[in-house]
Design a protein around this ligand. Structure first.
Ligand SMILES: [Zn+2]
Length: 476
């Protein structure tokens, strides 16, 4: 007898969409059967008739329990996994990938132990970490790359810029291109992928200085400081360096048409370059910064213009972009809206809970995205790029039973009651046509019928290994 049967839903499988029953034994999917056949027996049956059944969402870009570098003097952190993964569970997300930051000179092993220790017993959903070398790490630190990849951490994040202005003194994020190239080489040889926040540091830092000198420090200028040209220069430079080092690159939070175009061109040359964008960037423009509370939509680099939004959608619909992430950075409304100038606006999005519903509404309902593509950009592609596939990101026999049931027949505005993290959501009042109703992680319903059933600590650290082909050429 099965442990669980998800019955009669419209299931989005790899290359097919059909009404069928998903049978679960223990933590795995063990059967996919036609709903008109004799129903299999199960201890628990979830009625999915009329609902869409998709692989549990994968959030590839989250910053939980993360030092808020905007106000170093305040020693503040974003909300931790015990709080934020509640929202992820309600939002149909079953796996997230956060970051393990390595300060220059720090022990890689200790940093990783500390980070995994912070999550252990706290996360409601499965998780892993991108390794994030910061600043001027001693070159010898990169010798740890092969062992990190061997132990299941094959993705390496770097910042090409310091993101924030020079004052007050902050932890340095920027890694120089010499080090990035060296790291790329190590990562490529050992079977990993680079995760790059690409902005031109010279331009951005100069813009901070120039705008401040001209008394144009209002936050409404954020998209001019973190400019389109900065994205263009840095994406091209990173792609050129990656070509020389034979490295695969995943660009986080692509925000401008120039970024999409750079990725597209590299992929046309058959280079293994992948792009992420954010639902924030797909739904908002810089004009909105001026409205009351407008900075709740701000995420670094910045939201940009209508033409950029159009290019991001085109890229997402046609394949130039591979994923929609959140850049989750959960804080209270007070912390998020503390600043109003280019120098003190808080970045990041509190949006992982809304991501699946928003991408379905804006992509599938409004722009003709196929349900199959919806699954790719919210789950399968992240699983493949970051080495979780086919355990995660697909509804197939033998895969983990991570399933999200979505009601796609809705037409309503989101309210505070739809959200379960902090004291606000920037997505309150947004209109949706779809919303997750049940989330199942490794065979266990963690959210069902409006109730939270998941417990902190059920989430597991996932070892990852990337398909080598994906690192050679753009296979998705
Ligand atoms: Zn980020």
């Amino acid at each position: 007898m099965l442990n669980l049967l998800v019955q009669g839903g419209t299931v989005v499988g790899p290359g097919w969409v059909e009404v069928c029953d998903v049978g679960v034994q223990g933590e795995r999917i063990v059967s996919l059967t036609r709903s008109d056949a004799q129903a299999l027996e199960a201890e628990q049956v979830i009625d999915a008739r009329g609902l869409l059944v998709v692989p549990g969402g994968i959030e590839p870009h989250a910053h939980l329990a993360h030092f808020i570098n905007q106000r170093p003097e305040a020693e503040m952190y974003t909300l931790g996994p015990e709080e934020d993964t509640v929202g992820m569970a309600f939002g149909g997300v079953t796996t997230h990938i956060d970051f393990c930051q390595i300060q220059p000179g720090a022990s890689v092993e200790e940093a990783l132990q500390q980070r995994t220790g912070r999550w252990k017993g706290q996360s409601l959903i499965d998780y892993s970490f991108h390794i994030n070398f910061l600043g001027a790490s001693p070159i010898a630190a990169f010798e740890h790359v092969p062992e990190l990849i061997q132990s299941g951490f094959p993705s390496f994040k770097v910042f090409t810029c310091n993101v924030l202005p020079p004052k007050p003194p902050r932890r340095s994020y920027k890694v120089d291109f010499g080090r990035i190239g060296h790291l790329m080489e190590k990562v490529a040889v050992a079977g990993g992928i680079m995760v790059v926040h690409a902005e031109d540091d010279d331009l951005v830092q100069f813009n901070y200085e120039l705008f401040s000198e001209r008394n144009r420090t209002g936050g409404t200028n954020l998209h001019l400081v973190h400019s389109k040209l900065s994205e263009e220069l840095s994406f091209h430079r990173t792609i050129r360096l990656a070509r020389a080092r034979r490295a695969a690159v995943y660009f986080v939070h692509t925000s401008a048409s120039e970024g999409v175009e750079a990725i597209q061109r590299a992929r046309a040359r058959d280079e293994p370059i992948y792009g992420e964008t954010l639902h924030q960037y797909l739904c908002h423009t810089a004009d909105e910064y001026a409205a009351p509370g407008g900075f709740r939509f701000h995420t670094y680099p910045s939201v940009k213009l209508r033409q950029d939004q159009d290019a991001l959608w085109r890229g997402l619909l046609t394949g130039a972009l591979s994923t929609v992430a959140t850049d989750e950075f959960p804080t209270t409304r007070e912390v998020k809206l503390m600043g109003s100038t280019i120098e003190d606006v808080t970045g990041g999005n509190l949006g992982a809970e809304a991501r699946m519903g928003i991408v379905y509404t804006e992509g599938v309902s409004k722009r003709g995205m196929s349900p199959r593509r919806f699954v790719d950009v919210t789950s399968s592609n992240a699983a493949r790029i970051f080495g979780l596939y086919p355990r995660k990101g697909v509804i197939a026999i033998g895969s983990d039973a991570d399933l999200t049931l979505m009601d796609t027949r809705q037409s309503r505005r989101l309210t505070r009651a739809d959200f379960h993290v902090a004291d606000y959501s920037p997505w309150e009042n947004w209109e949706v046509n779809a919303w997750p109703t049940t989330t199942i992680l490794r065979g266990q319903p963690i959210v069902h019928a409006g109730q939270l059933l998941g417990k902190p600590g059920y989430g597991q650290l996932l070892p990852r290994k990337i398909d080598p082909e994906l690192l050679q050429r753009p296979v998705l």
